[in-house]
Design a protein around this ligand. Structure first.
Ligand code: ADP
Length: 190
């Protein structure tokens, strides 16, 4: 199984690159942000709770996110592998994911970490906010998301670095150029 953690700050292009990776490698996309937005639109109890956190750019509590991931993983019977997009976002989530995959006799193959500077992130998220009306793509919320990323999420890099699974990838350039870099990294996996 090819299990990839696609990592990076908000606006680094994880969703865009995930779509291309699904097509090429036949992987299942597991985006915790997408699942949460779906729960919000369906007004489930999880959605109602998650909305309050997401509107402020805070993280949804680990426990809720973890339950959601277990359900999603167990829905697939014979997957080629998963792209984890926006998960794990805390060290607690990373430890949990390791246990969960070990129990299922598999593991993370690699963490691909998209590198994008802060000015470019803000520019992209503001543009997406204008184009899609996504409510957390508003300047004060964007700034908080970036802060939360640096404080709670960036430390997850060390978790994978210690296991020699961390691969930084330049996230600037055209969508195709970035995708080619990702394909290069996956091609080097043993
Ligand atoms: P982005 O990467 O652009 O911030 P996402 O769709 O991945 O977009 O996440 C949007 C919001 O959803 C986050 O700001 C957070 O509130 C919530 N969220 C998504 N994934 C997680 C997670 N793994 N843990 C906690 N909260 C999450």
């Amino acid at each position: 199984m090819l299990n990839i953690v696609l990592f990076g700050p908000p606006g680094s292009g994880k969703g865009t690159q995930s779509e291309k990776m699904i097509d090429k490698y036949g992987l299942i996309h597991l985006s915790t942000g997408d699942i949460l937005r779906e729960a919000i639109s369906e007004r489930t109890p999880l959605g109602i709770k998650a909305k309050e956190y997401m509107e402020k750019g805070e993280l949804v509590p680990d426990e809720d996110v973890i339950n959601m991931v277990v359900k999603r993983l167990d829905r697939e019977k014979n997957p080629n592998g998963f792209i984890f997009d926006g998960f794990p976002r805390t060290c607690g989530q990373a430890r949990f994911l390791r246990t969960l995959l070990t129990e299922r006799d598999t593991r993370i193959s690699v963490m691909i970490a998209l590198q994008v500077n802060r000015d470019e992130l803000i520019r992209r998220l503001l543009k997406r906010g204008q184009q899609t009306g996504r409510s957390d793509d508003e300047l004060s919320v964007i700034m908080n998301r970036i802060e939360v990323y640096e404080r709670d999420t960036a430390p997850v890099i060390d978790f994978y670095r210690n296991m020699r699974k961390y691969r930084p990838v330049d996230g600037l350039g055209s969508i195709e150029e970035i995708f080619d870099r990702i394909v290069g990294v996956i091609g080097e996996l043993k």
